[in-house]
Design a protein around this ligand. Sequence first.
Ligand code: F6R
Length: 617
Amino acid sequence: MCGIVGYVGPRPSTDILLSGLARLEYRGYDSAGIAVIDDAGELGMRKRAGKLGILREDLARAPISDGTTGIGHTRWATHGGPTDGNAHPHLADEGKLAVIHNGIIENFAALKAELVSEGYDFVSETDTEVAAVLLGREYRANGADLEAAFRATVSRLDGAFTLLALHREHPGLVVGARRNSPLVIGLGEGENFLGSDVAAFVEHTRSALAIGQDQIVAITPGGVRVTDFDGDPVEVEPFEVTWDATAAEKGGWSSFMAKEVSEEPEAVANTIRGRISDGAVAIPELDGLDDLFRDIDRILVIACGTAAYAGQVGKYALEQWARVPVDVELAHEFRYRDPVLSPRTLVVSISQSGETMDTLMAVKYASERGARTLSICNTQGATIPRESDAIVYTHAGPEVAVASTKAFVAQITALYLLALHIGSVRGELTAVESAQHVRELEAIPAKIQRILDREQEHTTQLAHWMADTRSVLFLGRHVGFPIALEGALKLKEISYIHAEGFAAGELKHGPIALIEPGQPVFVIVPSPRESSQLHDKVVSNIQEIRARGARVIVVAEEGDAAVLPFADEVLRIPLAGPLFEPLLAVVPLHIFAMGLATAKGLDVDQPRNLAKSVTVE
Ligand code: F6R
């Protein structure tokens, strides 16, 4: 939520800020603004409600005086609606000081009352303006020392925040602070950057520093100073960004989502790469943890949204291959119910962004209560992996579209690698069994590619025919159940259509009442080659809904002829072992959601009311 960028150096900053904001717009896009100290030492500021394009047009029509020190913000509203006035930056100290903020300042009402009683005026409804006005007061109280004033200000704030500030009396200086909200430093030659994530500055430098919790940073063209909230210097971890700016660009695709769905094969392949040795899983990041994996008696997977559905798929593999009991829980529910945890509990968090506040808080809570934590994450330098005992990165590359697609298949892949690794360490899998599963996993990228090549046109066409549909149901069983949930979430999220996913077996316990003539229902059909007879049971479910008039679209294995008499449409996936089907069955559902949103003329990358990185609780 909210994207933040800061720049100091020799170059005019407006374009640098705007291009940084364009790369961060996925974080929030209901308003945007910049503040720049120009060469004459004046502070210029412009902010507008609406997407970044509106601010850009405004600045093109009436530019502000440019300068080499600046901050920029793209907003996802929390306190106060998305208006020009509530957009960031917020000014204080008679317009000489500008502040941008990501997060929520929980004690803003008490602070505001204190400042109002001292005669300070407010022009917005935001909690951010309270931080700005407080900083202005502290600036004067601390003899115009911006860093000292910043320390005094952040020590008064409760909640989660990344704050950046500049003051016209200090050209060439941007200060920042973070608590439970992301901020990274980009190191350039004679210039430095700050950003909510590396996308803010990756086109200028791939050299970065990760700032820890409760730390303050001051950047100047020649240097970077990081301290704790008491002003004591701290060491920060350097890292190299592993992807370049082109990876976060559309590159000729109609949308980021279209590009990212097309990258699903690569996301799986890159997550496997470097983690297989002589046909067995070898995850270098997990070296030295064998005793932990032998010792655990339970795995608790915590995540939100799509990442939680990946966790639900992973549960089947972890239980089957590693023979450890697994529970999957929504991160925001987890810590409010006094969960039972012990040092033998391994808490596996899954997060594309690595910044989801609910997941972060759940990880911290689990750690404080003695559980061991492992993060599956797609974003280097993010907070959740840094708060965890172990990390397995998914290598899906930057995911920009708000709806998660390639990260989902990468998360399942990472969970499968983890399950195979733990299963081998615990002696639950023989080398031969493990090698067979590894071969299946390695074959997945090509199979996803085959779906993209063969089914994309048909699925998109189907979505266009269904553009007026008001409700779609999704049914699945076993690993197909979380895929049904994912198909439904993706559809509601980007096409604003009512959609629900059910376990097919649950149908007769209530949801079948929803079926009326013409109701579209997607059914994910297990392979007929499976011994469990789930295929036949799902085909019976199809007949039950068909008899009540449902319009049935099945996702079924190539060659499965048993579904043909009962299906209005068939979307084919290549043959795969039962646990590997979800990595294939989800692909047509992603294509369908995207096709339907496109047919309705919606912005698939930036759906309404959402933001990619949910850094508020
Ligand atoms: C849905 C979607 C969300 C995220 C969820 C968790 O398409 O993208 O449901 O999966 O907000 O986000 P991360 O993985 O960043 O923790």
